[in-house]
Ligand binder design. Structure first.
Ligand SMILES: O=C(O)COP(=O)(O)O
Ligand SMILES: [Mg+2]
Length: 232
């Protein structure tokens, strides 16, 4: 068995990220963000700008978007109105323009066949993540769902991952986190979980190859195949 396979022996649960990993929500962000910017009298921005700011939660997204137009000392004065506008628009369109990535449903089904327990941990607010997963038909795969506002600290802090490990009564080394960004990898490293990245998401606009993780898998189905091979 290869060194890579050793790392995934004894894995009993998987923690899966949402935006950029299961669903391509960038087109949703594009609509909500630009409706908010229009309301504030700001020019629209492109999808590549927005995806650089996705993955660290809503406050980070809104703050980063305002920093395109306002100096740091001006930004605070616009933040509350921008956040409220963004949340209102995102709630209206949540999931309408999103699509599921290839291999996600097959991967989740294969994880279950392997006997793995599944949790979704996202930095998206819980009240956006839950209906989004339901609309995509994915909610039923997960025993647990934690959003970015479910706990006192979000990824890259290890708290959400450690909470899942405790909920499942598993050691972190028995749990793999799978996500599209360095945020997921840093949280997993800090928690002591194994970590796999997928290459098709957002990763803050940076190459996924630069992220410190235990490997890159083309799809969630490939992640399931890797874990299956490591435990056969
Ligand atoms: O930042 C967000 O809103 C969501 O990001 P995540 O699902 O990739 O954690
Ligand atoms: Mg993500």
């Amino acid at each position: 068995m290869s060194a890579a396979h050793e790392l995934f022996r004894g894995i009993r649960a998987a923690i899966i990220d949402l935006d950029g990993t299961m669903l391509d929500t960038a087109p949703d962000f594009l609509v909500a963000v630009n409706r908010m910017r229009d309301e504030l009298g700001l020019a629209p921005v492109g999808i590549d700008v927005i995806t650089r700011f996705v993955g660290k939660g809503t406050e980070h997204l809104v703050r980063s978007l305002l920093s395109l137009d306002y100096a740091p000392d001006e930004l605070d004065a616009h933040f509350d109105a921008a956040l409220a506008s963004y949340l209102r628009h995102y709630r209206e369109i949540n999931g309408l323009h999103a699509s599921i990535y290839p291999g996600v449903e097959e991967g989740l089904r294969h994880f279950a066949q392997l006997g793995l327990r599944l949790a979704c941990v996202t930095n998206k607010p819980h009240d956006f993540a839950l209906p989004l997963l339901e609309r995509a038909g994915l909610r039923g795969h997960f025993e647990l769902l934690y959003g970015g506002d479910s706990l006192p600290r979000k990824k890259p802090d290890p708290l959400p991952l450690l909470t899942v490990c405790a909920d499942f009564d598993l050691a972190p080394a028995q749990v793999v986190a799978i996500g599209d960004s360095s945020n997921d990898a840093q949280a997993a490293r800090a928690a002591g979980c194994r970590v796999l990245n997928v290459p098709y998401g957002y990763n803050h606009g940076q190459p996924i190859q630069d992220v410190d993780s235990d490997g890159i898998v083309a799809t969630l189905f490939d992640a399931a195949l890797l874990i299956s091979a490591a435990n056969s």
